[in-house]
Design a binder for this molecule. Structure first.
Ligand SMILES: Cc1ncc(COP(=O)(O)O)c(C=O)c1O
Length: 455
């Protein structure tokens, strides 16, 4: 009996030790795993950074911009303190570096069922949408929605144009470069845009180190007697200015990025009538996550080559996304045609008032301090709304006045994350601040800016 109790005791002790060991191993293993995956991410980031530090022109190009910023978002979305009189607000980091367009969320919430798309598993199975179309993966419903909306708003000519759909206009940018860069030329095609230019252009142009095209920088400085593609972004990201081409050489092809040529951001003057025009739902309706853009292309051969690029790149574009985008665009057109009848205001009335309000608030905030300034815009009458107003850009192109030379670092010390001028080929005295965030972040911004003092 004593032997049996002794044996049982031993078994219990051994079992306890094994369990403790198991618990320790599990927790330790998890820690290692977390450390490993985080280390991996950091390692990747470091590799990215060193790989991207020096481009062919010896300039600093932050290839890891997206990855690095993703990590920063992970690190900064929570409040550090809760005991402050302002509920910890002064400790909150606000990340206005990216242009994530969440600002129209409330509008879309109140639309409810009207924009809901239901899809059964047997639908949209095929790669093909319309084999008779140059862009064979383009959904006919999206063609109707895009054509109707441009007609309703009057911001682009669609007659005599081929529509090419892309996974965001980012894919269409790359498709356009592919289509416009001759494969048999002696050197890569120069790609330029007037500074300050959209910070993704250099990255998207060069990240695959293509032999077809290369980023050639600020269009104002381009003086080579060589073929080039000029990106004309109007209104411009980051500064909101209405743009025209600047190189005006004989060997140039123009691509118009009209992501912001919508009546909440700028007065619509004329329907844009260029050979290649890029649009996106990301900034027009705020549905960046749907990843749908479209190109209006005059030349059939160019439209075909752009289609080929997308065919090779992703074998088409998500049908579910196209159908969702079509529904959203049709709802916007309906809201314009029903305004003052069935609906109190159209989507563009809502979004115009929203942007106008934000710009009034940020200008008020900036006017309270000598430290910063914002660009002014002349007023014009919008052919769509009949309103006379100056640009209401999706980004504030803020300048640090006086002694502050690095505005991005300066604001970062005040827990406001922005994108510095150097990313746009401009001075570090400028930063781009997103005006497209949710109210909570925007309200902190306009409280914090005038309270900043140089210490
Ligand atoms: C000028 C410009 N073009 C293109 C894009 C990319 O749009 P998408 O989300 O459709 O890829 C953006 C997004 O910020 C932009 O500002």
């Amino acid at each position: 009996m004593v032997d049996f109790v002794f044996f049982l005791k031993n078994v219990l002790v051994v079992s306890l030790a094994m369990n403790l060991c198991l618990i320790w191993r599990l927790s330790h293993h998890n820690e290692e795993n977390i450390a490993f995956s985080w280390g991996n991410l950091q390692q990747k980031l470091n590799n990215f950074n060193t790989a991207g530090k020096n481009n062919t022109r010896g300039e600093e190009v932050d290839v890891a911009q997206v990855s690095k910023r993703t990590i920063e978002v992970l690190k900064t979305t929570s409040s550090a303190a809760t005991n402050d009189p302002d509920g910890g607000e002064s400790n909150l980091v606000i990340n206005l570096d990216h242009g994530d367009p969440t600002m129209y969320e409330n509008y879309w919430k109140q639309k409810g069922e009207e924009t809901t798309v239901v899809t059964s598993s047997w639908q949209h199975i095929s790669y093909f949408s319309d084999v008779k179309n140059v862009c064979w993966f383009l959904e006919p419903g999206l063609v109707r929605a895009v054509t109707r909306l441009h007609k309703v708003v009057g911001n682009a000519v669609t007659e005599g144009r081929h529509i090419v759909v892309g996974t965001g206009s980012s894919q269409l940018y790359q498709a356009a470069l592919y289509a416009l860069s001759p494969p048999d030329s002696l050197g890569p095609m120069n790609v330029v845009s007037a500074a300050p230019f959209y910070s993704s252009y250099p990255l998207m142009t060069d990240y695959l180190k293509s032999g077809l095209h290369k980023w050639a920088g600020d269009a104002y400085e381009f003086n080579k007697n060589e073929p080039y593609i000029e990106l004309v972004t109007s209104p411009n990201n980051p500064d909101g200015v209405t743009r025209q081409d600047v190189v005006k050489g004989n060997n140039g092809i123009l691509v118009y990025d009209l992501a912001y040529y919508w009546p909440q951001y700028t007065p619509i003057i004329l329907p844009a009538d260029y050979d290649i025009m890029l649009f996106t739902v990301s900034k027009s309706t705020g549905h960046a996550g749907t990843r749908i853009g479209w190109a209006l292309v005059k030349d059939r051969e160019i439209a075909k080559k752009m289609t080929t690029f997308i065919e090779i790149n992703t074998i088409g574009v998500s049908k579910d996304s196209q159908i969702r985008a079509a529904k959203i665009l049709q709802t916007v057109s309906d809201s314009c045609e029903n305004a003052n009848q069935k609906e109190p205001e159209s989507f563009f009335d809502y979004s115009y008032k929203f942007m106008d309000e934000r710009w009034k608030k940020i200008r008020e905030a900036v006017n309270k301090t000598e430290l910063f300034s914002l660009p002014d815009f002349s007023h014009e009458t919008c052919s769509f709304s009949g309103r006379t107003f100056g640009q209401l850009p999706a980004f504030a192109w803020l300048k640090c006045e006086g002694e502050v030379d690095d505005c991005e670092s300066f604001l970062r010390r005040h827990k406001i994350y922005t994108r510095g001028g150097k990313h746009f080929g401009a001075s570090k005295k400028y930063v781009r601040i997103s005006m497209l965030s949710r109210d909570s972040e925007f309200e902190i911004l306009i409280k914090r800016l005038p309270a900043i003092i140089i210490s």
